[in-house]
Design a protein around this ligand. Structure first.
Ligand SMILES: C[S@@+](CC[C@H](N)C(=O)[O-])C[C@H]1O[C@@H](n2cnc3c(N)ncnc32)[C@H](O)[C@@H]1O
Length: 268
């Protein structure tokens, strides 16, 4: 919870007429502590909202925990070259991934955590001029790279969206496919982001989540940058999504397809 000093003062006024003065002081002190230090207490669930708790960060993590999973650090734009490494297609079979998406001309696709546009740009070509790819990222530098590449390749149907950590800024009920590749595990507000994504889906919309397989120790990726199907399914169920398909034909990653469904447990 974040309170302004005015809100703290208002809280005190209300308390003034309703509760004993010692309690009032306690409330005021707690609210002031949250306001002034603005930092979650270690291990205190709900310090910034009911969904998250906080632990001392592990080597590769933020210390922020969502549904038992520590959220990884965001990959900075200085690592952009890694996303474009020449061996990526062959090592990760990104060609198979794109094929499996089975995009149709005219579709609206959102690539959340688009990075350098590794997927957004080819997808824009596949949905054709009547379709559009919304390339969403929180780092303006990443969006700058996509813009430059789109211009160089004469691709006009990519829209750049500068997101916040909790809101991908998508249009409501309009997106046919939401793709997240190697990105979701580093979203610092996964619950809020997913709630917005669900609102953005078109009637038959689907979400494709691609993450390195946590279940497979041979996948040479840091632990917090991997996710298991069980964990992903749990987190998606919390916003009303059900697992529709899992494809494990890529060398290192799960491809998990989620859709809104009545079997999920929203709000869990
Ligand atoms: C490891 S990169 C993957 C990029 C791309 N999907 C790919 O596979 O080439 C993860 C990207 O997610 C972005 N990101 C992190 N948190 C985000 C959030 N809350 N909303 C949107 N993008 C985010 C980062 O800025 C980064 O560009």
């Amino acid at each position: 919870m974040r309170l302004t000093l005015d809100e703290v003062a208002a809280l005190f006024d209300v308390a003034n007429v309703t509760i004993h003065s010692m309690v009032r002081l306690g409330v005021l002190a707690a609210a002031l502590a949250v306001t002034l230090f603005n930092a979650p207490a270690i291990g205190a669930p709900g310090a910034y909202g009911e969904y998250y708790s906080y632990n001392p960060p592990s080597r590769d993590g933020t210390g922020k925990v969502y549904m038992g999973r520590e959220i990884a650090h965001v990959m900075g734009h200085r690592g952009a070259n890694w996303l474009e490494r020449p061996e990526r297609e062959q090592k990760e079979r990104t060609d198979l991934l794109i094929e499996l998406l089975a995009l149709r001309v005219g579709e609206t696709v959102a690539d959340i955590g688009a990075g350098t546009g590794y997927f957004a740009l080819p997808m824009a070509t596949m949905v054709g001029p009547t379709g559009v790819v919304l390339a969403v990222d929180i780092q303006p530098e990443m969006l700058g790279i996509i813009e430059e590449r789109a211009r160089a390749d004469n691709i006009a149907n990519v829209e750049l969206i500068l997101a916040t950590e909790t809101d991908p800024m998508l249009p409501a009920n309009a997106v046919d496919l939401v793709l997240m590749v190697d990105a979701y595990h580093e979203f610092s507000g996964p619950r809020e982001v997913m709630e917005h994504i669900v609102d953005a889906l078109s009637e038959d919309g689907r979400i494709v989540l691609v993450e390195y397989r946590e279940e497979d120790r041979a996948v040479p990726i840091k632990r917090l940058h991997k996710m298991s199907v069980v964990q992903a399914t749990r987190e998606m169920a919390a916003v009303g999504l059900v697992l529709d398909e899992v494809h494990d034909n890529l060398p290192w990653q799960h491809i998990m397809v989620f859709r809104p469904g009545s079997d999920a447990a929203p709000g869990s």
